[in-house]
Design a binder for this molecule. Structure first.
Ligand SMILES: [Zn+2]
Length: 195
């Protein structure tokens, strides 16, 4: 008993925590200390007013409709939310800092460029996308017929297999500006791993 106590006293705190007894009462060596992979989570959100005379760009795909998102670029809320989620996960700031809407270079630009440039930054910092999940909040038109094309298009831009990308469409049930079809919004959550 005395020997056991003194052995516990000399063990480091980490060693004490990791040393467990197996059901037979014998000391097991405990789990091996393996370095954890560096995983980073990021969250993005975006909303744009819907106005006549603009293309309805969602995830880089044009959806036939009589209105589209107002914005400095093409106003694609899904690609903007994804870009912000990626930048946030890598601790690289936000879209406004990298692609300000006062910069004439981005006037009318396809939002795919923001995603492509962001992915270059992630690669330079050895980050890889594990998976991506998104919500697109839009009252009309119905996104269901286009959702698979949107998902595959985003996967292509990110050079990912489509099963790593999820896009879900939600209605806002008639509530607020989204429900009155005056706006379109998107949310994105992304997981990165550092290689
Ligand atoms: Zn935006």
């Amino acid at each position: 008993m005395a020997t056991k106590k003194s052995a516990q006293k000399t063990a480091s705190p980490a060693r004490r925590k990791l040393t467990a007894k197996n059901p037979a009462g014998k000391k097991s060596p405990g789990p091996t200390l393996q370095p954890l992979p560096v995983l980073r989570i990021g969250l993005g959100f975006d909303i744009h007013p819907l106005i006549a005379g603009r293309k309805m760009m969602i995830g880089g795909v044009e959806i036939p409709f009589d209105k589209g998102p107002k914005g400095h670029s093409d106003g694609d809320p899904l690609l903007h939310a994804i870009t912000d989620a990626l930048l946030g996960a890598a601790g690289m700031g936000d879209m406004g800092a990298h692609f300000p809407d006062t910069d004439p270079r981005w006037a009318g630009a396809s939002s795919e460029i923001f995603l492509i440039e962001t992915m270059k930054g992630l690669s330079a910092n050895h980050y890889e996308v594990v998976n991506l999940d998104c919500n697109l909040i839009l009252e009309r038109p119905k996104l269901a017929p286009h959702i698979e094309a949107v998902r595959r298009h985003i996967a292509r831009i990110l050079a990912l297999s489509p099963e790593r990308v999820s896009v879900k469409a939600k209605r806002h049930e008639g509530l607020d500006s989204l429900g009155r079809n005056e706006a379109v919004a998107a949310q994105a959550v992304v997981l990165l791993v550092r290689r």
